[in-house]
Ligand binder design. Structure first.
Ligand code: TAP
Length: 482
């Protein structure tokens, strides 16, 4: 396979002031670990070490929970909603002011194209803080139940695919409702959370309201198991979500779990095909397919299958894979070696099970973790690539004849997070939305996100919603639920 030497553009790097090493953010300050160690965060596009990051020990998690408790029983807990809202507005504005820095850092640490971090991740993260700032003084008008108020100290564990955005989904509603937070970012993408800690300092957020503890799974487990945590919010794999549900069974901890997905993107024969092809590309190749709601299964009506496949392949030939910091890049790096291995293993299984594999010709950088956009045709419902979450730039194509068959195939996975429907018929959209067992159904579009709109899954995609009034509900207790 042809390769080329990848060197990140130095001028874009210059906007980020990376420190050689980062401590933990506890009680409003960056501190050293008590007995923990350190790990390196690397750029998945070049394998260059970006910074050394602290691996929090359980003693560090203890300190973070204690700091969060002090803030909750102290200044933050007593603060009016109006004043809490001012802090959230301030954070939102600082995120906007430092948008370029955040976008470059996110692309460096995660590998996603700068066009996406600049136009999606960072603006949406700011939008979440703006939106929730507005709720902070209106909780009693949100139909959340009688006397809605904060739950207490919230433990939050997030994945690596949208590091800053997942942080915003978690922290903004928690703070709007008056809670305090201990958050752990994923091991491979801790840097934007640490930059966010600087934003908290810049906004003068009272000490201990937000605490960031970096580390791997063991640090996450220490948060989950900590008796001082009142509520947990987890986004990640279904496997870890199940372990967490088992860990907290029988405790007083409330939890919301946002887990995996295997969405169907369903194209009917009356759909505008060029638009649908763009929707398919966006559905699975946005963020290298590292998206829980990615349209990883294309269900296309049999009568147009050949035409859609031909146009899709033509379009894929125009995608640019490479330097995440280049504004023309469409598909960036795979986030980690481990994830690349998982994608490689599952795609090999797709071939072994008899599906036909296709990728456009493209050069890949010689260093870093890369995977060519890949399409499998001739996929059967029982194939692993039709059932398991690949979490990479890999599309499995299946066909259907009737709407009932489309629904049956779309619902035939353990997951139920999202789906897309492409058709001119409004009545069919409504019928499909009713029949599809998916928390989000997009019509004639895909991967659209908005802070006002609740997001979450059915079945093994988890429980609880994030975003909108429904998302806020997970962060309050009411007169009826002490
Ligand atoms: P996971 O491996 O589950 O990791 C998620 C987070 O949990 C990471 O911070 C991870 O730490 C931590 N963790 C690992 N083991 C843990 C344990 N035993 N106890 C507590 N925390 C633990 O998922 P991932 O690979 O980062 O992310 C990909 C998955 O997230 C996909 O399945 C994707 O669908 C899902 N996801 C879902 C959504 C929604 S909204 N439903 C959104 C984005 C992603 P380390 O990374 O440091 O190991």
């Amino acid at each position: 396979m042809p390769t080329f030497e990848y060197a990140p553009a130095p001028e874009s790097r210059a906007v980020v002031n990376l420190k050689p090493s980062y401590g933990l953010f506890i009680g409003g300050e960056f501190t050293e670990s008590e007995g923990g160690s350190a790990f390196k965060s690397i750029s998945p596009a070049s394998e260059e070490v970006l910074a050394e990051v602290t691996e929090a020990s359980s003693a560090d998690v203890d300190r973070a929970v204690a700091a969060a408790r002090r803030a909750f029983t102290g200044a933050w807990g007593r603060m009016s909603g109006v004043d809490r809202g001012k802090y959230l507005f301030r954070i939102a504005r600082i995120l906007q002011e430092r948008a370029r820095e955040f976008a470059v850092l996110e692309s460096l640490d995660n590998g996603k194209p700068i066009r996406e971090s600049r136009d999606v991740d960072v603006p949406l993260a700011a939008a979440h803080f703006f939106y929730h700032a507005g709720w902070a003084d209106k909780l009693e008008y949100a139909s959340l139940g009688s006397n809605p108020r904060a739950i207490g100290v919230v433990g939050q564990v997030i994945p690596w695919n949208f590091p800053l955005l997942m942080l915003a989904w978690k922290i903004a509603p928690a703070l709007a409702a008056g809670n305090t937070v201990v958050l752990k970012p994923a091991e491979t993408t801790p840097l934007s959370a640490l930059l966010f800690a600087e934003v908290c300092q810049q906004a003068d957020l009272p000490a201990g309201v937000v605490n960031i503890v970096t580390g791997a799974g063991a640090t996450g487990q220490a948060i989950v198991d900590h008796p001082g945590i009142d509520k947990l919010a987890f986004t990640g794999s279904t496997a870890v979500g199940k372990m967490i549900a088992r860990s907290i069974a029988g405790t007083r901890k409330k939890a919301t779990l946002e887990l995996g997905g295997k969405a169907a993107n369903i194209i009917f024969d009356d759909a505008p095909i060029d638009q649908a092809v763009e929707g398919i590309v966006n559905g699975i190749f946005f963020n290298q397919g590292h998206v829980c709601c990615a349209g990883s299964r294309l269900l296309v009506q049999e009568s147009i299958a050949e035409e859609v496949e031909a146009r899709l392949k033509r379009r894929l030939g125009t995608l640019r894979v490479g330097d995440p910091l280049d504004k023309n890049t469409d598909v960036g790096a795979i986030n980690s070696k481990a994830q690349l291995e998982r994608i490689t293993e599952l795609t090999a299984a797709g071939e072994a099970e008899g599906a036909t594999r296709w990728s456009p010709e493209c050069e890949l950088p010689s260093k870093g973790f890369w995977f060519r956009p890949t399409v499998f045709t001739g996929v059967s419902q029982g194939h692993r690539i039709a059932q398991e979450e690949i979490f990479g730039p890999v599309l499995s194509v299946l066909t259907f004849r009737t709407p009932h068959e489309a629904v049956a195939k779309a619902n035939n996975t353990p997951y139920g997070l999202s789906a897309g429907v492409w058709t001119e018929k409004g009545s069919r959209i409504l019928w499909m939305a009713d029949q599809l067992r998916a928390g989000v159904v997009w019509a004639n579009t895909f991967n659209k996100f908005d802070p006002t709109s609740p997001f979450g899954g059915y079945k093994e995609s988890g429980y609880g919603r994030e975003g909108g009034r429904h998302g806020l509900e997970a962060y309050v207790t009411t007169g009826d639920s002490k």
